[in-house]
Design a protein around this ligand. Sequence first.
Ligand SMILES: Cc1cc2nc3c(=O)[nH]c(=O)nc-3n(C[C@H](O)[C@H](O)[C@H](O)COP(=O)(O)OP(=O)(O)OC[C@H]3O[C@@H](n4cnc5c(N)ncnc54)[C@H](O)[C@@H]3O)c2cc1C
Length: 542
Amino acid sequence: MVETQVLIVGAGPVGLTLALDLGRRGVRCVLIERNDTSIQLPKMERCNARTMEIYRRLGVAEIIRDAGLPRSAPMDVFLATSMAEPPIVRLPCPSVAEAKAEIAAHNDGRPLEPYQLISQYTLEPLLRSIVETLSGVTVRFGCELLEFTQDSASVSAAIRTHNGESDTIRAKYLVGCDGGSSTVRKQLGIRLQGEGNIRKLRQALFYCPDLYERIPMGKGRHYHIAEGPLFPFIILQDSTRHWTLHAQASTDGEMAEIFSRSLRMPIDFKMLSVNEWTQHLLCAERYNEGRVFIAGDAAHLVIPTGGLGMNTGVGDAIDLSWKLAATLAGWGGPRLLASYECERRPIGLRNVKASRAAMSGRLSWRAAYHPDIRKNTPEGAAIRAEMARRFDVEQRKVTEILGIEAGYRYVDSTIVWPEPGDGPDPDNPHYVPTTWPGARLPHVWLRDGSPLHDRLGLGYTLLRLGGTRVETSNLERALQATGAPLDVLDLEDDIARDIYGFDSLLVRPDLHVAWRGNRVPQDAEAIARVIVGNTSGITPTQ
Ligand SMILES: Cc1cc2nc3c(=O)[nH]c(=O)nc-3n(C[C@H](O)[C@H](O)[C@H](O)COP(=O)(O)OP(=O)(O)OC[C@H]3O[C@@H](n4cnc5c(N)ncnc54)[C@H](O)[C@@H]3O)c2cc1C
């Protein structure tokens, strides 16, 4: 019998991120993974801006960038009749280096980190190698969760290793990060709601080392091939020598033919793997029961268009992690863990919706296809122009959704201090910085050139801005009385006061705003009780 504080089932990107954050918070955990090795197949390849901010806070953003696509590589998206022909349309997307330079040149609340392309088969072993160095975390590959029981004090999980040995792990909490076919979710009897089994596609991985340097239309990340009805979709992987192809092919062998046809140039390549995958738009009806939680693909399944699969799961992990740590440390109130579902499930539903919008946009430009698209005639030109027009509008629902990625807000959270009114649109695809309680604190550069985010610690931070020295001692005392870790940060910078719009803000361990104001209300204890989950929430007053 193994005893631990948190048992994490599944060492995909979400389980690994959860283990990393719990580990750095000093929580003892065991991470089990039924496979013997990390994933070998390509799946996701783009960590979005918010995920990269999270990885920055975990101290691994630059390690991930070093292992990912070179910082100078363009991220452009193309539509073309083949890789050898001129593009029908090109959507320029900045390289990481260019995006970083833009971020450095502006102090307007935009996210601190840009995206990073890194193949899932690179990211997972990298995260695993980091997690394995954490003293409180035990990582066991080749170890499958069979079933579990829970009572009011703990969860007991029956596991089996690949050499057939059985064991029991007893933990205070269990988190199922065990993917779309989650054993944990099924055992809890939690149903998925939405549209399942929408369509099946094949994904093939190719080694084609010379292609990147030889594409006449230019270097980019996504190449959509205008060839109906298959519409091959070619994606650059992080090495720049590997490529994936997605298509609705009927056999594995057909994938190599489609790749060759899409290239339309004599070039050597080798098909390394093919796998079939199914598109779903689903979200779990509940995210937990008692001491057991689900996160990542176990809780929501999106179509990867828009890159909201793993990225949403990383958001789950980072919301749950500090709440588990707080509850185990004793300062998290009885409602803190319950707020995980109330905060993250609406985001799961919202991102399923955004993924549906991104996919329907893709179907819209594909509908403009006609086999005469290559013809050097007015009709051929008209087909290309119409497809380009639609692509230019619709593809932005995939590549220009920074508001969905970083602008999410925990609208009806029971652990943020509510304000009257609806607040800014939390589903705006364009990112608009806001400190409305529940939103992620926008990034601000300080006078010394450092980002404010880097000054925030593992606990709560009370920000006092613009030299206003707002009187916060009653709130500090109230929070300290709960046992919650608190730092107070006085920042003279006017720019932070301007962007944040208030003299004082209370920021949670996950960087979301818990409270803001120009003076602390008399009953500061009420704020403290709500944000650490000691009360059932309150109705906003003016
Ligand atoms: C083609 C494709 C492209 C994608 N592109 C993107 C993208 O660009 N951006 C993005 O954000 N997302 C993308 N995604 C989605 C992304 O791959 C998933 O959202 C992500 O893998 C989910 O991570 P996870 O850790 O929740 O689950 P998984 O990666 O599925 O990991 C679950 C792990 O749990 C293990 N496990 C399962 N059951 C047990 C058990 N009983 N005991 C022990 N271990 C168990 C599994 O072996 C697995 O390793 C893409 C997906 C596909 C298919």
